[in-house]
Design a protein around this ligand. Structure first.
Ligand code: AMP
Length: 432
């Protein structure tokens, strides 16, 4: 029989690497808590039309990367339905915002999520078909200040703090404004006109985009197209007074808080719902897939999927890429936090009739907060010592004599010293 493997573009995460994943998630949760964001968990699959309407039919994600299937009706009373594994989480969060009428609270909703997303992209380093995102959204009625440039600046400042706390060095914040929906429509027309004479000289993707979605041309990575793209009109020149003032206020707040950024007029991002502020944090150590995270404002998304007006801003961090970055960094500067936990003691039962008392002892020690590995009474003593030496700081030997007397034999591997310890003093001794 052919051996079964994880599906292309998916992978298993094993210890000790998962220690680093947990460390990153815990740091993110701690930062979110300090900014008063609460956790939301939405389903991993949704009605396909949520993404078609929310993310945009013309985007790469919706047009070619979604995992979609027909969920057949199981009874006469049911209808079949087209379902999709979520390719991103903002649409799901906004759907939940509408469904639970969170806007009616009148409060700004500050929600974060951590979970897997699915896109059928060509797998490569830093790009997977199942990948993980840590993201957040600040969304609410206008009266709650959801449209304020301060929200944008606060979210960006939070991200800078999070990356700093994670120990990521050398990130760059790339910042742009894509304007309001009206600005974008105007810019699209200006771009379309500018692209008409030059598109035939560009790559096939750009030729198509020049007609269907001219903004996407700015995302093109083909080297030969770059000189042409450099000559295209910039969105900054199409922003109306309001959008200009909004963007200036975001920048002023970042300047005041001391968050460095780099203006990138070509940053338009791959999802249709973005308006005004858009951003990416990039990292040089990642190679071709250099975006650590991306996000922006989506003032019309709620209405696009049938909800009330609810301006918002959010982002999604690629967790896989955070891990890669930290792993690359720690190759030069070892990161203690990412080391596997120390096992305090290895309990070696001498003979199979000592297995049950060994479990009782392990239970006691673990309940007292120690990390304990439990051996097996079928092992010879030499084998127990070898196994213990690989995993734990000390070995505790539990034989018939020890059980009767309540005096255990403990060997410390670092010093090589072997001592007798009364059971009552064991926790204190092992914890040292
Ligand atoms: P997006 O939802 O496309 O704005 O992506 C936000 C972030 O998610 C990106 O900056 C990446 O860090 C990460 N990301 C997106 N697609 C993938 C993928 N296929 N594999 C790994 N990470 C991804």
């Amino acid at each position: 029989m052919a051996t079964l493997k994880a599906v292309r573009g998916t992978r298993d995460l094993l210890p000790p690497e998962t220690v680093l994943w947990n460390h990153i998630e815990a740091t993110a949760r701690s930062v979110f808590a300090r900014y008063n964001f609460g956790e939301i968990r939405t389903p991993i699959f949704e009605d396909t039309s949520l993404f078609a309407r929310g993310v945009g039919e013309e985007t790469d994600i919706v047009s070619k990367e979604m995992y979609t299937w027909e969920d057949r009706a199981r009874a006469q009373s049911e209808k079949s339905q087209m379902l999709t594994l979520r390719p991103e989480n903002t649409a799901g969060v906004v759907r939940a915002y509408i469904e639970h009428k969170l806007g009616e609270t009148g409060q700004l909703q500050k929600l974060y999520y951590i979970g897997p997303q699915f896109r059928r992209e060509r797998p490569q380093k830093g790009r997977y078909r199942q990948f993980w995102q840590i993201g957040a959204e600040a969304i609410g009625p206008q009266s709650a200040g959801s449209e304020s440039p301060l929200r944008d600046a606060e979210v960006l400042e939070m991200l800078a703090t999070m990356l700093d706390e994670l120990g990521i060095t050398g990130w760059t914040l790339e910042l742009n404004s894509v304007g309001s929906a009206a600005d974008r429509a105007r810019y699209n027309e200006v771009l379309r006109a500018a692209l008409e004479p030059v598109a035939p000289k560009m790559c096939v993707d750009c030729q198509r985009r020049a007609v269907t979605n001219p903004l996407r041309v700015l995302d093109c990575k083909v080297p030969e197209d770059q000189p042409i793209i450099e000559t295209l009109p910039r969105i900054a020149d199409c922003l109306d007074e309001d959008s200009r003032a909004h963007f200036a206020a975001v920048r002023a707040a970042l300047d005041c808080a001391g968050v460095p950024y780099h203006l990138n007029p070509r940053l338009v991002r791959g999802l249709d719902y973005y308006t005004r502020t858009t951003f990416e944090f990039t990292h040089g150590g990642l190679g071709a897939q250099n975006a650590l995270l991306g996000g922006g404002r989506y003032d019309g998304l709620s209405e696009a999927i049938g909800g009330p007006k609810a301006p918002g801003i959010g982002f999604a961090i690629g967790l896989d890429r955070l891990v890669l970055t930290l792993q690359t960094q720690s190759a030069t500067t070892p990161d203690q936090k990412a080391a596997p936990p120390q096992v305090d003691a290895y309990i070696a039962p001498l003979g199979e009739n000592m297995n049950a008392p060994a479990l009782a002892l392990a239970r006691e020690l673990r309940r007292d907060g120690l990390t304990v590995e439990l051996g097996d009474g079928s092992f010879r003593l030499k084998k127990s010592f070898e196994a213990a030496d690989k995993t734990a700081r000390r070995i505790v030997i539990l034989g018939e004599d020890e059980l009767q007397s309540g005096i255990l034999t403990v060997k410390d591997f670092a010093s090589g010293v072997q001592v007798k310890v009364a059971r009552a003093e064991l926790v204190e001794m092992l914890g040292k």
